[in-house]
Ligand binder design. Structure first.
Ligand code: CA
Length: 233
C-alpha cells in the first residue's frame, strides 16, 4: 500500500485532478474541502503527508499549519500558495510547513515534491525511532535519546542541536540557507545572527567527527548555507 495523503482544498477541480493522479500513482488519497473539518482529519488520521491550501472556508491554511505543529503533528505539510506570493511562502515557513507549491502547479512537480517530502520524513523518522541502529561505521545518531556516539564515545545533543539535526534530516540532500535555519530552527523573533548558526554547525560537526574542509555529512554551500547528507544506515 502506498503512502496516505490528505488534501485540504476547496476547489473541486483540483481535488479531482490531484486525486485521480495520486491514486493512479498508488497513493491512498483523501480530501476535505473545509478548513475546520480538514484540521480535525489531519489531527486524528494516520496520513503520511498533508497537502494544504491557503485559502479555505472555515479556517485558513496558515492557521491550520500552525495549529497542527503546535499540537505536535510533525508529518510533512506541502502548502499550496498563490503564485509569486513571497509573503505567503514566508508565512508558511514560519508556521512550520515543509514545502510550498504555487498555484497553478504542474502535476509532475507536485509528484516530485511529494516523493521528496516522504523520503525526508522517512529519514527523519529513522533517526528518531531506530537511531541506535542507524550507524555509519562508528557513528550513531539518536535524536530520540539526544546523543551522538562516535567510536563508542557519546556526546549529548542540546535541544537546539536536536532541532537543527531534525531539520537537516527533513531536508536531506537539499541546500538549506542560513536564513531558513534562522527562521525555522531558531524562530523569527530570535535576535541571534547567522553567525550563531555557524557556531552550532561547527559544534555538530565536531560531534559527528566531520572535518570542515572535507565533511561527509554537513557540507558548506558557500554564500548560502549548508547541505546535509545523512549517514547511511
Ligand atoms: Ca482555496
Amino acid at each position: 500500500m502506498g503512502a496516505k495523503i490528505l488534501m485540504i482544498e476547496d476547489e473541486a477541480g483540483i481535488i479531482l485532478t490531484v486525486g485521480d493522479r495520486l491514486s493512479a500513482e498508488g497513493y491512498e488519497f483523501e480530501s476535505c474541502p473545509d478548513g475546520v473539518a480538514g484540521e480535525a482529519i489531519a489531527r486524528n488520521g494516520n496520513h503520511d503527508l498533508i497537502i494544504l491550501d491557503v485559502m479555505l472556508p472555515g479556517k485558513d491554511g496558515f492557521a491550520i499549519c500552525g495549529s497542527l505543529r503546535a499540537n505536535g503533528i510533525v508529518k510533512p505539510i506541502l502548502m499550496l500558495t498563490a503564485r509569486g506570493q513571497v509573503s505567503d511562502r514566508v508565512a508558511g515557513l514560519k508556521l512550520g510547513a515543509d514545502d510550498y507549491l504555487g498555484k497553478p502547479f504542474d502535476m509532475t512537480e507536485l509528484l516530485a515534491r511529494i516523493e521528496a517530502l516522504l523520503r525526508r520524513a522517512e529519514a527523519s523518522a529513522n533517526a528518531y525511532d531506530t537511531g541506535a541502529e542507524k550507524a555509519d561505521g562508528d557513528l550513531v545518531i539518536d535524536l530520540k535519546r539526544g546523543y551522538i556516539s562516535l567510536k563508542g564515545s557519546e556526546s549529548p545533543l542540546s535541544a537546539q542541536e536536536i532541532k537543527l539535526l531534525d531539520y537537516f534530516y527533513r531536508h536531506a540532500d537539499a541546500i538549506v540557507s542560513r536564513e531558513e535555519l534562522l527562521n525555522t530552527v531558531w524562530g523569527y523573533d530570535s535576535d541571534i545572527t547567522t553567525r550563531t548558526i555557524d557556531v552550532h554547525v561547527a559544534r555538530l560537526r565536531q560531534k559527528l567527527g566531520d572535518v570542515k574542509d572535507v565533511p561527509k555529512y554537513i557540507h558548506t554551500i558557500r554564500g548560502i548555507g549548508y547541505k546535509f547528507t545523512p549517514p547511511k544506515g
